[in-house]
Design a protein around this ligand. Structure first.
Ligand code: LLP
Length: 386
């Protein structure tokens, strides 16, 4: 055992694979439950897009969280894992008729609607089933988040949500319809947000929009502020559980809720990010002209974040305790972006050593692809490999 990894248990497992520390996940969920529980109107949904591994979903379901889905397949995965449909919210700019019908059949908690054409279709499909769909409008608050451009979602230029100017029109349209019930407002400004000031900016905007609604004597049942809380990729051991106390307290302090309103969150990365690592074996150590490469059996197909977002994942050699040397850690895929890290300090590395790419529990396994005809990586929890 080196550090937190049961390396001896890894010997017979085919690499690469995702290893999930189930104890850390449970602890994280406990902290979420305790901290959100301090405010009796806070409801937390897990953004299943971050990781839909059935074993992970099982643990999250036990904690009582709801789910945030962005496709019919995610709804099916959530139902399969035993989450009650009454705790499912469904977002996405391009919901198909088939997906809407599925959500209607399950009587999910709420559709987060992103456009008028979508609202029309939901109303029509609900009419066909003689149902009333609960809808929240996803409002684009035009609040920037200090994060990577590819994961900023709340700016006017992004494709997401309904613009603030159109909010009244959309509400008017919904109020005329017989098969939708307008119950909430939804927001999401981006992901991997570490500056609480960004969430405060969102709160201020939500307060402003709520004032406008109060002026029309409208008080929605719920406000959903999305997710976005970031994790400390640089120090997965030092801060393995994000500061949920500060996060929820920020919303409690800055968001003005009416007594009858509930506040919903859709957290993905902060729930599962730190509990997962991609475990890979070194195939070759290759001496280049002026650097050395650790060539591993995982590639960008298994963890695409470094190639796609230039994301940093801490890399550790969990087999070696020898003096540190510097390596470029690269995968076997035929793309020059298939690099996990350049000039990385690792304990002296040999063929066959295990490397752990840390903080890979969110948007890791779920974003894997089959490029180069590679099989998708499997995921194991510490409960299984104990
Ligand atoms: N709600 C909505 C509407 C979202 O679009 C997202 C994430 C979440 C909640 C959850 O956000 P979180 O708490 O995980 O930040 N693949 C990227 C991240 C994309 C996030 C997309 N939306 C990555 O690997 O960094």
């Amino acid at each position: 055992m080196k550090g937190i990894f049961p390396v001896e248990r890894f010997q017979n497992v085919e690499t690469p694979f995702y290893y999930y520390n189930a104890d850390l996940l449970r602890e994280t969920l406990n902290v979420i439950r305790t901290e959100a529980g301090k405010y009796n109107k806070f409801c937390v949904h897990y953004a299943i897009k971050a990781n839909a591994n059935p074993k992970i979903l099982g643990i999250i379901r036990e904690s009582g969280l709801g789910v945030d889905c962005v496709s019919g397949w995610e709804i099916e995965a959530a139902i399969q894992a035993g989450f009650p449909a009454s705790k499912i919210v469904f977002a996405g700019v391009g919901k198909t008729d088939k997906e809407i019908n599925l959500a209607l059949d399950h009587d999910i908690f709420c559709f987060n609607v992103e456009s008028v054409p979508e609202l029309e279709v939901i109303n029509q499909l609900a009419a066909g089933k003689n149902k009333i769909a609960r809808v929240a409008f996803r409002i684009n608050p035009d609040v920037g988040a200090h994060t990577h451009a590819n994961i900023t979602t709340g700016l006017a230029e992004n494709k997401f949500g309904i613009s603030m100017q159109d909010m009244d029109k959309v509400i008017d349209r919904a109020l005329e319809m017989n098969h939708v019930k307008f119950v909430g407002l939804h927001f999401h400004i981006g992901s991997q947000i570490l500056d609480m000031g960004d969430f405060i900016a969102l709160c201020n905007r939500v307060n402003e929009l709520q004032e406008k609604l109060y002026a029309r004597q409208i008080i929605v049942e719920h406000i959903n502020v999305g997710g976005g809380l970031g994790i400390d990729y640089a120090h997965p051991n030092r801060q393995s559980i994000p500061d949920f106390a500060e996060y929820f307290a920020t919303y409690h302090k800055h968001l003005k809720l009416r007594p009858q309103q509930t506040l919903h969150f859709e957290l993905g990365r902060s729930v599962v990010g730190q509990c997962g690592s991609l475990i890979t074996r070194v195939i070759y150590v290759k001496q280049g002209t002026n650097k050395q490469f650790a060539i591993v059996d995982a590639g960008m197909t298994d963890l695409i974040r470094p190639a796609l977002y230039q994301a940093y994942h801490k890399i550790e050699n969990i087999s070696s305790e020898e003096p540190v040397e510097t390596y470029d850690v690269v995968g076997p895929i035929c793309e020059s972006s298939d690099v996990f890290g350049k000039a990385i300090d690792l304990n002296r590395t040999h063929r066959g050593d295990f490397l752990a790419l840390r903080s890979a529990g969110a948007y890791g396994e779920i974003m894997a692809s089959g490029y180069n005809c590679r099989p998708l990586p499997k995921g194991y929890t510490s409960d299984e490999l104990r």
